[in-house]
Design a protein around this ligand. Structure first.
Ligand SMILES: Cc1cc2nc3c(=O)[nH]c(=O)nc-3n(C[C@H](O)[C@H](O)[C@H](O)COP(=O)(O)OP(=O)(O)OC[C@H]3O[C@@H](n4cnc5c(N)ncnc54)[C@H](O)[C@@H]3O)c2cc1C
Length: 322
């Protein structure tokens, strides 16, 4: 199969989640004796293209009209590249970026799409995808009829690809601004800069739930412990709904799905919708004042007690240890 990876990037290189998409694409290409290429869209992305070439050959659509990720423009460029190069499979990490763009490209191409893929297999020579349903209670195996096939994969399901021997070729893709959709204009980006890692990419995540009573307490307890461990901060939806934490922190069925090496849940009950976003973490630690809290059923280590007493002690211990 000819596999195209839609790469997400930051100023210095491609994002870790896209390296998971590369790992998935490499596996499929190996199993089908096919090939893999990365597609990079943006403006002034020469340095990023160099970084991406460490993982696979790169196609670069570099144009001022693509400086911001406007979904209708990006989808048009992707669909043109897929047609020109005869790609069979398009893959991206299951992030808000790709969730906005890839279904539009599927629509333009008349292709078949599956999202949030956590595994794949061949059945009678046909590539099938595993994806969770009903907050992870059921895993469906689906076959896509149609060509091309487009999928988003959960980064936690495919360990990030390492650099390959030798640099891949970098090929420019011609962009005709005249045929790009103009119905959406970029206005502004509002984002909070944080020194903490992204919750989907961090090795350690410290999350807070309704046991934390205010934004100040969240920052002091959850943020304080996260900083000692160089961890990301997450939260349950209860705190997002209460305006204590921003939307981007939400872990769960309707938030981010994470699978870090260590997940520390502070004052989180363990509702099924929250578990859907973190139960595949390698090690789970929970602190909760209620010994019957369902979070203890999935926790590897549990501490029954008040987060307001225990977390400052943990921070103090780490202060001494570091
Ligand atoms: C369609 C749908 C989608 C949803 N999606 C999500 C989602 O993506 N993510 C998500 O998280 N939720 C989601 N929810 C909400 C979910 O059902 C729960 O309501 C939510 O996860 C509860 O958050 P919580 O554990 O912080 O709060 P609670 O369930 O109220 O639990 C708070 C816990 O803190 C403990 N506690 C209280 N004080 C202390 C203290 N001082 N020290 C230690 N422990 C203490 C309590 O014992 C309790 O166990 C969704 C719900 C629906 C219906």
């Amino acid at each position: 199969m000819r596999v195209l990876i839609l790469c997400e990037h930051e100023s210095h290189g491609i994002r870790l989640c896209s390296r998971s998409a590369v790992a998935f694409a490499n596996l499929v290409a190996e199993q089908t004796r096919g090939s893999v290429e990365c597609l990079l869209l943006g403006h002034s992305v020469a340095a990023v293209a160099q970084d991406a070439a460490a993982y696979a050959p790169v196609l670069v659509a570099d144009h001022p009209a693509l400086a911001n990720p406007l979904a209708d423009r990006y989808a048009k460029v992707i669909s043109d590249v897929v047609k020109q190069r005869g790609c069979d499979l398009v893959v991206a990490a299951a992030t808000t970026f790709a969730k906005d763009i890839l279904p539009r490209a599927a629509g333009l191409l008349g292709g078949a799409m599956a999202s949030e893929v956590i595994g794949h297999e061949f059945r009678d020579g046909q590539l099938c995808f595993r994806r969770p349903l009903f907050a992870g209670a059921v895993v469906a195996t689906v076959a896509l009829h149609g060509r091309p096939k487009l999928v988003t994969i959960r980064p936690s399901a495919y360990p990030a690809a390492g650099v390959r021997a030798g640099h891949g070729d970098i090929t420019a893709v011609a962009v005709d601004e005249g045929i790009l959709p103009k119905k959406t204009e970029f206005e502004a980006l509002q984002s909070k800069l944080s020194n903490r890692p992204d919750v989907t990419e961090a090795r350690i995540v410290v999350s807070g739930g309704r046991g934390i009573k205010s934004s100040e307490d969240f920052e002091r307890l959850v943020g304080g412990l996260a900083d000692k461990l160089h961890a990301a901060t997450g939260s349950s939806r209860a705190l997002v709904d209460a305006g204590i934490t921003p939307n981007a922190f939400q872990v769960g069925q309707t938030g981010k799905v994470v699978a870090p090496e260590l997940y520390i849940a502070l004052g989180i009950s363990g509702a099924v919708q929250h578990l859907a976003g973190m139960k595949n973490s390698k090690t789970i630690v929970a602190i909760n004042s209620d010994p019957e809290a369902p979070i203890f059923e999935v926790a590897d280590y549990g501490l029954v007690g008040d987060v307001y007493e225990l977390v400052p002690q943990m921070i103090a211990k780490l202060d001494g240890a570091l």
